[in-house]
Design a protein. Structure first.
Lengths: 308, 369
């Protein structure tokens, strides 16, 4: 009997592989939401955007045969949903949290409705780059089959960090988020800045959705997202509105999602529900540790409706 | 048109005409055909549980004089009662199939008491003597088909390690895991089945992770018991492992990797039910069966299945159909070393003890809690 098992090494490897495989949607949604929230608006509808992105990417990939067109379509769908959110929120006395929840339900419902005929067909998937060529161990090779979208996401995080800090439009977004009066005094339209920020945020979240349907798990079905979009929005708060921390937090959440199955596969079978809940326990713990009754959350944009 | 000009008399006339037309129309529809209602908890093309029922409904649609109404994604709440009522009152259904486990109590019981002339058939085996007589349960011993899958898997594995992606450790799931393992051990006495519980019926990301973890452990044949096996089948095939399907035939998703699978055979059972009704006999309130009764079936073998495996599997299938073989035959130990079925005890298909199964047998790696 050929024994190709690598024993307990499965666990760290699975967590690493899981961090790479599962984290991409978290990464895109959280980076997108980071831009939106830095401009002073919160878009809770990204769960709906994620699901719509997954559906439209799968549909376009199936119809055109090109998964990259699918990714683009997902981005555009996301940007349109972002524009819708921003458009409604720019009306007077509209609460962006409520609009976000409405758009989340709208996006999910629309995606299920339009995605009905897409459950059965199999669409072309995004290719993966083999970074494990140096290893003879199939498990390592499998864990290191990395999708380009993941690499793009990893690249966006530091670029965004730099852009917020040093570029003109980064400053504008932050101004709109910290003090809309100041932005107006400088002669800029706060609503226009927020519209653009929400559209970019939606664009990224849509792309995150395309990863779900076109790479991993890699098909369209109605349980696909299972709340990842909402988790990613929470992750932004957890990451203190810092793009680099978003990257680490996404990796941690991805790795944590792989922990439960991996532990069971090596024989740690008790309490798998607990391991499955690991990411949420982590979130709660960090929230409790970092919160303070004396000040608002550090790093929170002052114009954000949850801190105002 | 100026609406203010419509007189009360016009309105009354119009209303009467509508009401009259409505009743005539409904009566005509009743005389022409029997309407059957199907309610699914998920999407009916999910390559899984719901699709299996939808295939049964499709078999009924082909029969003359039958109209089938379907509703998908009905949650296991009050919503299903509303769906049932609208199917009865608006569509004129006389036979209803609320297919999901959680529809039974209290929802279906309540509606069955309210409409004693309508027949209700629930998939799951929950009906007892206390429940209304116009309701019934049907279910299949799909562990027989899982046992056959296990034999094929046992011949096809090179590492001797099989994998099982399961939702929850409930008796039905455990019975499938154990039957699959017993089949595999018949083909390869050293074979083991590693099981991973994802915690719920539909968790695509967890199912994909479980599939990957199992393959990382050296597992080379996988099967599952979750609502939609699509994720497991596609991801396992991508990593070069073989798969055995569940619920329906998933071979179109992975033609090279698909060995065989345990399928429901509702397209054979539902027309039988209809025949019983039209010929005037009543459907038994509690209807169960396996391969022999054509309630479950095995998928056609994939190209990777060896001649030896086909022969052995076909032989065992014939024995099960003839009722000459008992899958759960003592002595059977659980994977902690405790005897769960004593030597000399035959737990046949219909043995109620099997419905309470809370153990994993020797050869299964995993735990129920």
């Amino acid at each position: 009997m050929a024994d190709s098992s690598i024993g307990l090494w499965t666990v760290p490897l699975a967590v690493l592989g899981g961090a790479i495989r599962v984290s991409t949607p978290f990464l895109f949604v959280s980076l997108g939401e980071c831009i939106t929230e830095r401009s002073g608006r919160i878009n809770l509808g990204l769960e709906g955007t994620l699901v719509m992105g997954a559906m439209s990417a799968y549909g376009i990939s199936y119809l055109t045969g090109s998964p990259w067109l699918g990714v683009l379509a997902a981005g555009i769908t996301g940007a349109l949903l972002g524009a819708l959110h921003a458009g409604i929120c720019s009306l007077p006395r509209v609460n962006d949290v409520a609009v976000g929840i409405a758009l989340m339900l709208f996006g999910i419902g629309l995606a299920f409705f339009l995605g009905k005929p897409l459950i059965e067909p199999t669409a072309p998937r995004l290719p993966a780059i083999d970074f494990g060529w140096w290893s003879d161990i199939p498990q390592v090779r499998a864990a290191l089959r990395i999708n380009v979208l993941f690499l793009i996401g990893v690249a966006i995080a530091p670029i965004l960090y730099w852009a917020f800090k040093t570029t003109r439009w980064g400053l504008l977004i932050r101004t709109a988020g910290e003090s809309s009066d100041a932005a107006r005094a400088m002669g800029h339209s706060v609503l226009l800045i927020r519209l653009r920020a929400t559209m970019v945020g939606g664009f990224l979240a849509g792309i995150g959705g395309s990863f779900l349907s076109l790479f991993y798990p890699g098909s369209w079905n109605e349980g696909l997202s299972s709340g990842q979009g909402i988790t990613a929005v929470a992750l932004v708060i957890f990451a203190r509105w810092d793009p680099l921390l978003c990257l680490w937090a996404s990796l941690a959440f991805g790795g944590a999602a792989a922990l439960g199955p991996a532990l069971q596969s090596v024989g740690v079978t008790s309490g798998y529900h607990l391991f499955n809940a690991a990411p949420y326990i982590l979130t709660l713990a960090i929230m409790i540790i970092t919160c303070s009754p004396k000040r608002t959350l550090t790093g929170a944009p002052a114009e954000l409706s949850i801190t105002r | 048109m100026d609406f203010s000009r419509i007189s009360r008399r016009h309105l009354l006339q119009g209303g009467a005409a509508l009401a009259l037309g409505g009743t005539i129309g409904a009566r005509a529809a009743h005389a022409a055909e029997t309407t059957i209602g199907f309610i699914y908890v998920g999407s009916r093309d999910d390559y899984g549980y719901n699709q299996a029922h939808a295939q049964g409904a499709a078999a009924l649609k082909k029969l003359p004089g039958i109209k089938v109404v379907e509703e998908e994604k009905v949650p296991e709440t009050d919503a299903v009662e509303k769906t049932m009522e609208s199917m009865i009152n608006l569509d004129g259904s006389t036979l209803l199939f609320p297919t999901s486990f959680g529809y039974f109590n209290p929802h279906m019981i309540k509606i069955a008491n309210k409409y004693p002339k309508i027949r209700f058939e629930h998939c799951g085996g929950l009906w007892t003597e206390k429940d209304p007589k116009n309701a019934g349960s049907y279910f299949g011993y799909i562990d027989e088909a899982q046992f056959i899958s296990g034999i094929v898997a046992g011949y096809s594995t090179k590492s001797g390690k099989l994998g099982f992606v399961a939702a929850k450790p409930i008796p039905q799931v455990l019975r499938n895991i154990n039957a699959f393992t017993l089949g595999a051990k018949l083909a390869n006495p050293k074979a083991t089945t590693q099981v991973i519980f994802t915690g719920d019926w539909s968790m695509p990301v967890k199912e994909a992770e479980a599939t990957n973890s199992l393959i990382d452990q050296g597992v080379d044949v996988l099967t599952c018991h979750v609502d939609g096996p699509k994720t497991m089948v596609e991801n396992a095939a991508r990593r070069g492992a073989f798969v055995c399907g569940y619920h329906v035939n998933q071979s179109p998703l992975a033609p090279k990797a698909y060995l065989t699978g345990a399928e429901w055979n509702w397209e054979a059972l539902y027309p039988k039910f209809l025949k019983m009704i039209t010929s005037g006999e009543s459907i038994p309130n509690f209807y169960r069966g396996g391969l022999k009764e054509e309630i479950v079936k095995c998928s056609p073998y994939g190209e990777a299945v060896s001649a030896e495996a086909r022969k052995h599997a076909d032989e065992m299938k014939a024995k099960l159909i003839a009722g000459e073989y008992t899958i759960f035959k003592g002595p059977i130990l659980d994977n902690k070393g405790k005897t769960v079925i004593a030597s000399g005890v035959d737990r046949g298909q219909k043995d109620p003890e099997l419905e309470k199964m809370d153990y994993l047998i020797e050869g299964v790696i995993g735990a129920t809690s």
